[in-house]
Design a protein around this ligand. Structure first.
Ligand code: CDP
Length: 204
């Protein structure tokens, strides 16, 4: 079974997806980490992003490995975050990473999280969730994680949201059959419980 969780930055996707995976004993796929790892490699060796995306060996788990190197922390810097959103507009980059994602989730039970899981990567996913929250709340959450001022985060987040929503290829949008969940005034625990219940009900 595949549970697709999409939505903008700071909506709580990673925390919620991890929580649902743990609750149900599913494997968690952080597709954004792939775009980030490819972006870091592009910044470092100045090769074509599409070439990087095709050839980079990305291993996801407790740690993120790119060609065997631990890049878990390096992919979370603001420079890499910005570069990830930039290379994610490239159709060839997306095609290469989507292929890797589809290959991973072909077998077994997954909670896959990103921007285009329900629309492109796994349109046949049994359960699709679109997580949202107010822009201010999203910025406050991310600022608390990073220990920086939330107004700075809000500015960068607004630019990235625009880039993710307006891009030509696989823009951020909810699949028609996705269930929208607004996490603004809700706890992670509460949202995880709701999604786990939806999944259990589907399984019967
Ligand atoms: O955690 P956060 O929401 O800040 O970002 P992320 O999920 O790690 O993704 C980083 C960037 O990769 C996003 O801004 C998107 O541009 C891109 N991305 C994408 O295009 N498609 C995905 N399935 C996942 C990420």
């Amino acid at each position: 079974m595949v549970i697709a969780i999409d939505g903008p930055a700071g909506a709580g996707k990673s925390t919620v997806a991890r929580g649902v995976a743990e609750r149900l004993g599913f494997t968690y796929l952080d597709s954004g980490a792939m775009y980030r790892a490819a972006a870091l490699a592009t910044l470092e060796d100045r090769r074509e992003p599409a070439e990087v995306a095709r050839t980079l060996e990305i291993e996801l788990g407790e740690r993120v490995l790119a060609n065997g190197r631990d890049v878990t922390a390096a992919i979370r810097t603001p420079e890499v975050t910005e570069a990830a959103s930039r290379i994610a507009t490239d159709r060839a980059v997306r095609a290469a990473l989507v292929e890797k994602q589809r290959e991973l989730i072909r077998r077994g039970d997954w909670v896959a999280e990103g921007r285009d899981i329900g629309t492109v990567v796994a349109p046949g996913a049994e359960l699709k969730i679109f997580l949202t929250a107010s822009p201010e709340q999203r910025a406050r959450r991310r600022a608390a994680e990073l220990g920086v001022d939330w107004r700075t985060v809000l500015r960068d987040q607004t630019l990235r949201d625009e880039q993710d929503r307006r891009r030509e290829h696989s823009p951020l949008r909810a699949a028609p059959d996705a269930i929208a969940i607004d996490t603004t005034d809700r706890t992670v625990e509460d949202v995880v419980t709701q999604i786990a219940k939806l999944a259990r009900d589907l399984r019967g």
